[in-house]
Design a protein around this ligand. Structure first.
Ligand code: PMP
Length: 355
């Protein structure tokens, strides 16, 4: 979802942006208007996340999946080896992509041979190879509904985090990370934009065969405009950042997200019809996974919920069940409506064991 206020503002400006006489969708990226938009988006994100001066903010394309390759291409610079913590499908994919470019070890994993990633592995500094060029984590596991409840201590080794499904949902200490990347489509803007926040000393060491489009140095030197950037998405991102600043920043965003997630988890914890498989210690505030324990009932749930206006509740195809993605823009009332529906569904569909 996108915040209603943002959609309304975009609607009001859709045909004509300011004095430009055209829509942002029609605008050249080399106009003063768009230059102000991209600069405004960066400034707002810097304020929102309190990004230190020695970090570059890049607005890129290709989704978070392209960063699975860009990160090793740029960062496997010294020892050509890196360590990955695997806590779900996306970190697994990131590790296999990186294996094309260097010596990649799985320092810790919460999945077995047939992985059900219901928790986050605990790690200590000695789990990482001292000569690793970086350590990679996926901070929030979209599919399994788990989130790191700690920031791994990697000592001097740069820590890289995929924050696609939790960026700007709460404050994070950017200085604890060497690089943060995120596809924009969950909390930031429509699909098509990828945000990379990277410490300056990590820029400029890409492999010589790195495509220019994936080279952080090329992108940083050109203020993310080496080629045509996703202008509309950047404009929408700016509106979203400004909206969060206007409601009180990430502290307020966190308060709202916690309130929403607690409503759903409190209900789940105090009934027996549904089970929430994610480890309580590391539950995600953004993605809440639950199952009835009966695949047919799960299917019926998703179908009837959609008919009742509660869309996109089917779990990821690899895990089944249900997943409520309650990103920033989901209002509290949306979660209230879901809990009400869940209660009624449980009454209307007793399980065999309950008859
Ligand atoms: N990482 C995470 C945590 C994700 O949730 C997703 C997409 N859902 C991806 C990576 C892949 O992102 P993209 O589709 O932008 O490549």
């Amino acid at each position: 979802m996108l915040p209603m206020e943002v959609l309304e503002r975009a609607q009001a400006e859709l045909l004509c942006y300011g004095e430009s006489g055209m829509s942002v969708m029609e605008m050249s990226h080399r106009t003063p208007e768009f230059e102000a938009i991209i600069k405004g988006a960066e400034d707002a994100l810097r304020r929102l996340m309190n990004i230190p001066e020695n970090y570059k903010v890049l607005f890129l394309q290709g989704g978070a999946s392209t960063q699975f390759a860009a990160v090793p291409l740029n960062l496997l610079s010294e020892h050509k080896c890196a360590d990955y913590i695997v806590s779900g499908q996306f970190s697994k994919k990131a590790a296999s992509e990186a294996k094309k470019y260097g010596d990649i070890a799985i320092a810790a994993s919460s999945g077995g041979a047939n992985p059900v990633f219901s928790t986050i592995p605990e790690t200590k500094r000695s789990d990482f190879r001292p000569d690793a060029d970086y350590v990679h984590i996926c901070f929030n596991n979209t599919i399994y509904g788990t989130k790191f409840n700690y920031i791994p201590d990697t000592g001097h080794i740069p820590l890289v985090a995929d924050m696609s499904s939790c960026i700007i949902s709460e404050p994070v200490d950017v200085s604890k990370f060497a690089l943060i990347y995120a596809g924009a489509q969950k909390n930031v803007a429509p699909a098509g934009l990828t945000i990379v926040i990277v410490r300056e000393d990590l820029i400029g060491n890409a492999r010589p065969d790195t495509p220019a489009m994936l080279d952080y140095k090329v992108m940083a030197e050109n203020d993310s405009m080496y080629n045509t950037p996703p202008c509309w998405c950047i404009y929408m991102a700016k509106l979203v950042f400004e909206w969060i600043l206007s409601i009180g920043g990430l502290d307020e965003m966190k308060r709202r997200n916690e309130r929403k997630a607690s409503l759903l988890y409190d209900y789940l914890d105090n009934q027996s019809y549904y089970t929430a498989p994610a480890d309580k210690k590391c539950r995600s505030m953004m993605n809440v996974v639950f199952v009835t324990g009966d695949a047919e009932l799960d299917k019926k749930f998703a179908k009837e919920a959609a008919a009742a206006g509660l869309k996109n509740l089917k779990g990821h195809r690899s895990v089944g069940g249900m997943r409520a993605s309650i990103y920033n823009a989901m209002p509290y009332e949306g979660v209230e409506a879901l809990v009400k529906f869940m209660k009624q569904f449980a009454l209307d569909n007793p399980k065999m064991t309950q008859l």
